[in-house]
Write a protein that binds this ligand. Sequence first.
Ligand code: ADP
Ligand code: MG
Length: 244
Amino acid sequence: MLRVENLRKSFDDFKAVDGAHLAVDPGELVAVIGPNGAGKTTLFNLITGHLKPDQGRITFNGAEISRLPAHAICRKGIARSFQVANIFPRLTVFRNVQVSVLSQKHLSHTLFRPAQRMVVEETERILESVGLIDKQRSVAGVLSHGDKRTLEIAIALGNEPELLILDEPTAGMSPEETAATMGLVTRLAREQGLTILFCEHDMEVVFNVATRIMVMQQGRTIIQADPEEVRRNVTVQEAYLGGA
Ligand code: ADP
Ligand code: MG
């Protein structure tokens, strides 16, 4: 579904992504791990068109997307959440998701009530699937940190993605919120057939959930393999898992 080949991106002289490789098959839950500054967020920004690569190739469902603008990539079926939650804090939970559904259907500028009513069911279905239906009338800004991150996933689902990219979906969460969020992520993959690419620093979460793991260090892909093989890899153990 997604293929990243020899991707490179520098900021001035600094090579943030310096030879990244990645393959994601339909239905997979792929984790990208690596220390702070390894280039994970930059890689995601390159895939979603928020940054343009200097070199390399990104293909999605067989078509090259390397140099398309972000909105065009989103239309092709890739949605993402950001490392820092991106919501409309003064709108209700319902409205946050509805705006996303309307925009996917090119209806965001219509003021006709029928258009808004049309997407009510779909918005409710998404809120139901992420467990936020009871909070739909709340103003998004007052939600707990965990619920804000969940809302962000719901907004991404409004784009009807095939591939969902999550940048540290459990950052700053309590252990309970982390478990709930990763439960949701696995459920979305299993029940809705979504393909998910995420990065995450909690190794327990990664090794429990991921079907495959890609390890990045200083902008480079060291290995992409199934969790067992990554765990056994000596370079990974020395570089990242503390030799354990
Ligand atoms: P990670 O998400 O793995 O922690 P990032 O992709 O955020 O890593 O960053 C990789 C490196 O690139 C870091 O050293 C960071 O400071 C640098 N970097 C990221 N974005 C920019 C930018 N817009 N300008 C300059 N340097 C950047
Ligand atoms: Mg990051």
